[in-house]
Design a protein. Structure first.
Length: 288
C-alpha cells in the first residue's frame, strides 16, 4: 500500500456530498443512520446523483497507485468506490470525500466488507459486529488518503510479506495489524507470489537495461532486446539509449506492484548484493 495523492472536488460535488451527509447527521439514532446511509448510497446511480458520483469516481481513478489499480492489494482492477471507514459502522463518514478510495471487488466485498476493527487511545483493539456502533472513533486500519502506509509497514523483500516498522506507538501498531488482517495482505498466496514474480521481472528488466546502456552500437542493442528489434536507427545512439531507458522504467512502474518497486528501491538496493550491484548502475533510482 502507498499513500494516495490529494485532490479536490468541484464545488457542485462538494455541495452534493454535504447535502447527503446533512441528511444523515440530522438523525440521532445509530440504527436509523446506518439504514439511511445505505439507502442514500444505493441511490448514487440514480439520475439525481449519477453525474456527481461519476465525477467523484473519475477523480479517485486519477489518485490510484497506478492506472485503474486497486489501492489495497495493488494487483486487481479498481472498480468500487470504497469507504475506508465502513458506512455500516461510521454513517457519519458516508459522504466524506477523504473517506473514499478505489478498490477491487475482491478487497472490497470479499475481505473488507463487514469487518471493522477499532482502537482505543491506549491501543486496545476491538472487533465490532454489524449492527453495533463502534465504541471508539478510531479505526484500526490505515487510511491511505491521509496517512502514509510506509510509516506503518514495510515489505520484507525476502518473504514478500508486510511487516510492522519498529518503534510504532500502540495505536499505530493496531492500525498496521488491522490493515494486514482485514485485507489478508500476507496470506493471499496470489499476492505474495505476484510480488515475488514482480521482483524477478524488475531485476531482469534492469539487468537488460544496464546492458543496453553499456552497448557500443545499434547491432549490440538489437541483440539485447531481440526479438523486439524494431529500432529507429535514424536517431543518434545516445538518444536511443535515453528513450529506451525511459521506456523500460515506465514499463517497470506499470507492471510491478507499486510497493514492491518502492521497497526494492528503499531496502534491497542497499542490503542485498545482487540488487546493490544492479542499482550501482542506476543510483538515481535508490530511495533514501
Amino acid at each position: 500500500m502507498l499513500q494516495l495523492a490529494s485532490s479536490l472536488l468541484s464545488d457542485p460535488e462538494i455541495a452534493t456530498l454535504k447535502k447527503l451527509q446533512d441528511k444523515l447527521d440530522a438523525l440521532s439514532l445509530f440504527e436509523k443512520k446506518t439504514k439511511k446511509a445505505k439507502l442514500l448510497w444505493d441511490a448514487k446511480g440514480s439520475p439525481t446523483y449519477k453525474s456527481t458520483f461519476s465525477g467523484i469516481k473519475a477523480n479517485l481513478m486519477s489518485l490510484t497507485v497506478y492506472v485503474e489499480t486497486c489501492n489495497y492489494c495493488e494487483h486487481n482492477e479498481a472498480t468500487d468506490i470504497e469507504h475506508i471507514y465502513p458506512k455500516s459502522f461510521f454513517p457519519e463518514k458516508t459522504f466524506v470525500w477523504d473517506n473514499y478510495l478505489l478498490a477491487c471487488k475482491i478487497c472490497n466485498t470479499t475481505y473488507k466488507l463487514d469487518q471493522c476493527l477499532v482502537v482505543s487511545g491506549s491501543g486496545q483493539t476491538i472487533r465490532v459486529n454489524r449492527g453495533h456502533q463502534a465504541p471508539f472513533p478510531q479505526l484500526a486500519f490505515i487510511n491511505p488518503r491521509i496517512e502514509d502506509p510506509n510509516q506503518f509497514l514495510y515489505m520484507n523483500t525476502l518473504t514478500w510479506k508486510f511487516d510492522l516498522l519498529a518503534n510504532l506507538n500502540p495505536v499505530d501498531i493496531a492500525k498496521a495489524k488491522g490493515t494486514i488482517e482485514i485485507l489478508q495482505l500476507n496470506t493471499r498466496s496470489l499476492l505474495t507470489k505476484a510480488r515475488k514474480d514482480n521482483a524477478v521481472y524488475i531485476f531482469e528488466r534492469l539487468d537488460k537495461l544496464q546492458r543496453i546502456l553499456a552497448a557500443t552500437d545499434f547491432d549490440e542493442i538489437k541483440q539485447i532486446i531481440s526479438p523486439y528489434n524494431h529500432l529507429d536507427i535514424s536517431k543518434p545512439l545516445a538518444e536511443m539509449k535515453t528513450n529506451l531507458k525511459a521506456s523500460f522504467l515506465a514499463d517497470i512502474h506499470k507492471k510491478a506492484h507499486p510497493s514492491v518497486w518502492y521497497w526494492i528501491r528503499k531496502i534491497s538496493s542497499k542490503t542485498e548484493p545482487k540488487w546493490i550491484e544492479i542499482f550501482a548502475k542506476f543510483p538515481e533510482l535508490v530511495l533514501g
